[in-house]
Design a protein around this ligand. Sequence first.
Ligand SMILES: [Fe+2]
Ligand SMILES: [Fe+2]
Length: 256
Amino acid sequence: MRVLFIGDVVGGPGRRGLAATMPQLEERHRPDLVIVNGENSAGGIGITEKTAGALFEAGADVITSGNHVYRHRDAYEYLDRTDRVIRPANYPHANPGRGHTVVEADGMQVGVINLSGAVGLQVARLPFSEADALVERIDADCLIVDFHAEVTSEKVAMGWHLDGRVAAVFGTHTHVPTADARVLPGGTAFISDVGMTGSRESVLGVKREQALESLITQMPVRFETAEEDVWVMGAVVEVNAEGMADSIEQVMVPAP
Ligand SMILES: [Fe+2]
Ligand SMILES: [Fe+2]
């Protein structure tokens, strides 16, 4: 079973870039399951039913998210209604949406879990204990984790924490891809961050002159999504019959 995981899709340029690139990714990697992080899909921050719909139309089967998931209030009811868009499981239980979902792919029941790091981000419970509880609770043939976290130490630690218990831990949130993709000794595919799907002529997806002005002047600046030189970033993992990973391959391609 092959999983294609796509990093944070930033705004309209990211959504359109993903849609334009998916045909070549499908042909090259033949994924059975496509998971897309959509936390930046609406105007660069947050997600709405409409932008989630665009990601599904592009080929996503499951959408994960992160710290920006509640930016758009009108999406809360949608997050409660859909079982295909998930938010970090270690947020307060009463918050809109759910933290995991189970879907079928290539004859396997695949559990997809979204977790948020606790370092530099707000959570209700630590991601490590939350992961333990979910691995115990979810009835599936294999588990895939989107670990939306700020620092590499916490991400690498989560890889080791879950090694041998889940098929893959994909890091998201920093929007910058790391060069450490590998299968850990216990059979868990791991990468600290898959990167983002958006403009590379930007600062993490934001127009670079606006990001620079903000950092240089220390004054409030309105951020807009950059449009030039859109790349699609992610990773492909091959999951075996035991529910563990045989391989992980990084994906970094310019949108046509
Ligand atoms: Fe993001
Ligand atoms: Fe984020």
